[in-house]
Design a protein around this ligand. Structure first.
Ligand code: GCO
Ligand code: MG
Length: 402
């Protein structure tokens, strides 16, 4: 099955998405997500200028060899732009192989290990009462796991809280907006949120929280300890993880489970975290960590160390990534949970897909491939619009982690 053509489709049905479509001499085509929030055109150019010319004429079945060619062969390794572009090629090739085999992708990855993929939704409110009402709304929709974020008294904005509820979108301006951050106000408030949630909903539902990289290791340890009575499913990105050894300090102080990795691109970014069992869930994704081929390698390595997968699934990862992720999550032994921020109706119409939500779980369909398509005519109606994620400053003006 020879690759005859490949093209990059950039579309903005409410937010930007970059999609790679690979075509073959057998008349089959495959799709891969290449979206990198706020840096979309860098990945599009990497694909168009540097990867697609190397793909034409190759055998689409040689997924591993093509992966190695694009990774080792580039000499310059890793990084979000490179790995998202490689991921798009890899995902499209797995889609093609599964279509050629006439099977849903999870069959090629080892078959079903479970009946559905548990997902968590995002509840957010301006204050604790509003967040608690939002958690209730998710539980009524059948969710088994909910992430809860709340506004902090004395702070104009904080990560994860917005006027939009179901379709929250952080990339909100054509230049980065500037937010202000106070660690002390945040640390004083968040444990109260989970106290209220456990009082109201009991210990049945899984509750999660995302710190979004804003604490130092010792502050993260303090928060983890304060949250212990409320039994979180996980505390996410408690501190930045460029220095993986930072997590040793958090781990020494708390048994609150830890999740990290949505900004990681390769196994090397999480090797120490996994090997030393400093985390419980690894959040790398199909699109940002080198596709199905590399994410499966991360999942297998994690399985050896009792770390489970908890893939990132914000709205800036397209339905193509979600479809592929669901197939992997269906097959691997060490699945934990999948994040699920719902896409808007406009996005769903551009990317028709066969996965379905029921009873707190997403279910991949049985159409051959990963089950997600693109309506190119519809996509063409939504031209690219530059959009940035915000930046964050401490109250004295120091630039901080957003
Ligand atoms: C999450 C994430 C996202 C990111 C976003 C950045 O846990 O869902 O932290 O909301 O902020 O993906 O592009
Ligand atoms: Mg996160």
């Amino acid at each position: 099955m020879k690759i005859t053509e490949a093209r990059v489709i950039v579309t903005c049905p409410g937010r930007n998405f970059v999609t790679l479509k690979i075509l073959t001499d057998q008349g089959l085509s495959g799709l891969g997500d290449a979206t990198l929030n706020g840096r979309e055109l860098a990945v599009a150019a990497y694909l168009t200028e540097h990867l697609i010319p190397c793909l034409i004429g190759r055998d689409a079945h040689q997924i591993e060899d093509i992966w190695q060619y694009l990774y080792r062969g580039a000499y310059w390794r890793r990084g979000p732009v490179t790995m998202s572009a490689i991921a798009a090629v890899d995902t499209a090739l797995w889609d093609l192989k599964a279509k050629a085999a006439g099977m849903p992708l999870y069959q090629l990855l080892g078959g079903r290990s479970r009946n559905g993929v548990m997902v968590y939704g995002h509840a957010n409110g301006r204050d604790i009462a509003e967040t608690a009402d939002e958690v209730q709304r998710y539980l009524e929709m059948g969710y088994l796991a909910v992430r809860a974020q709340t506004g902090i008294p004395g702070m104009a904005s904080t990560y994860g809280v917005s006027g939009d509820k179901m379709f929250y979108e952080p990339a909100d301006a054509s230049l980065p907006t500037e937010n202000l951050w106070s660690t002390e106000k945040y640390l004083a408030h968040v444990p109260k949120l989970f106290e209220v949630l456990r009082e109201r909903f009991g210990h049945g539902p899984h509750l999660l929280h995302d710190v979004h990289h804003r604490l130092t290791p010792i502050e993260a340890a303090r928060l983890g300890k304060a949250l212990e009575p409320h039994h979180l499913f996980w505390l996410e990105d408690a501190t930045p993880a460029e220095n993986q050894a930072n997590f040793r300090l958090i781990r020494q102080h708390t048994v609150t489970p830890l999740a990290v990795g949505e900004v990681f691109n390769t196994l090397w970014d999480c090797k120490l975290l996994v090997e030393e069992q400093l985390i419980d869930y690894i959040r790398t994704t199909v699109v940002h960590a080198g596709g199905i081929t590399h994410l499966r390698r991360i999942a297998d390595f994690a399985a050896l160390h009792n770390v489970r997968m908890g893939c990132h699934g914000a709205t800036d990862l397209s339905p193509v990534c979600m479809g592929a992720s669901l197939h992997l999550n269906t097959a691997i032994p060490n699945f934990g949970v999948q994040e699920y921020m719902r896409h808007t109706a406009e996005t769903d119409a551009v990317f028709p897909h066969d996965y379905r939500f029921s009873n707190g779980r997403l279910h991949p369909g049985d159409t051959p491939g990963h089950g997600v398509d693109i309506d190119e005519q519809r996509a063409a109606q939504y031209p690219y619009q530059r959009a940035f994620l915000p930046v964050n400053r401490l109250e004295d003006g120091t630039l901080w982690n957003w």
